[in-house]
Structure formats: C-alpha cells, structure tokens
Design a protein around this ligand. Structure first.
Ligand SMILES: [Zn+2]
Length: 127
C-alpha cells in the first residue's frame, strides 16, 4: 500500500481520493444521460448500413477527426476541451461547467481518434 492520503471526514472508511473518485463516477453517469450528448450523436448520424463486424444493420456515425463512418459502439461523444481534474471542492464548478457543456463544445470521435487525442492531452505529443 502506498502512502494513505487524508480521510474523507463524513465517512473516514474512505480516503479523500476515494470520495472524489465516487463523485466523478456519479457525475459521469449523469453525463451518460445528458440530452445534449444524444443531440450531438444524432447530428453525426449518416446512414444505417451493415456493421462489418457483426453483419447486422446498424446506425453509422461520422468521426469528426478521420471522417470515417462507425457504428454507435465505436464512437464516443468527446469534450473538445478537457473537463480537467476533480480532486477537491475547488475543482467542482469548472468540472461541472465543462462536463455539462453546450453542443459546440462536443464532437463525435471514433475510438482510435479519441485514444489518440487522449494520449496527446496526457503526454503532450502524438503516439
Ligand atoms: Zn476517427
């Protein structure tokens, strides 16, 4: 075990870090029901055609980066600007404002383009 951080005062069984992981995950599941997310996805819809992996008819969406078409399972509604960290109360307003942003701050990316973008944000360079 690494060095244990501060306890979360309302429930000392949790560390402060565990508490913020819990809050982030709660907000992320709200994000999964955020109507703006579905509007952005709907706007990226191009056509329904055969999913080459499953052989079934599936809705296909255009990736805003590589411009290729992908079924829903292979695309992500991405925050153009990173939501940033949420590790303390002071981070909350900015995190919530960026997570629940307007349509213009969101884009549909395929998994590969999303992974490349995440990598670049994390390491400051292309893979
Ligand atoms: Zn792509």
């Amino acid at each position: 075990m690494g060095k244990r951080g501060a306890d979360f005062i309302h429930y000392p069984t949790w560390s402060e870090a565990r508490f913020w992981t819990f809050v982030r995950s709660a907000l992320r599941s709200a994000w999964n029901r955020y109507p703006v997310k579905f509007e952005v996805l709907k706007e990226a819809y191009v056509c329904t055609k055969e999913n080459i992996k499953t052989g079934k008819q599936a809705k296909h969406y255009r990736c805003n980066e590589c411009k290729e078409l992908f079924p829903a399972k292979e695309v992500i509604v991405d925050h153009i600007e990173e939501t940033g960290a949420l590790k303390c109360y002071a981070d909350l307003p900015r995190f919530v404002e960026r997570l629940f942003c307007g349509k213009d701050s969101l884009q549909v990316l395929c998994k590969d383009c999303h992974n490349a973008k995440t990598y670049k944000e994390r390491y400051g360079k292309d893979r």
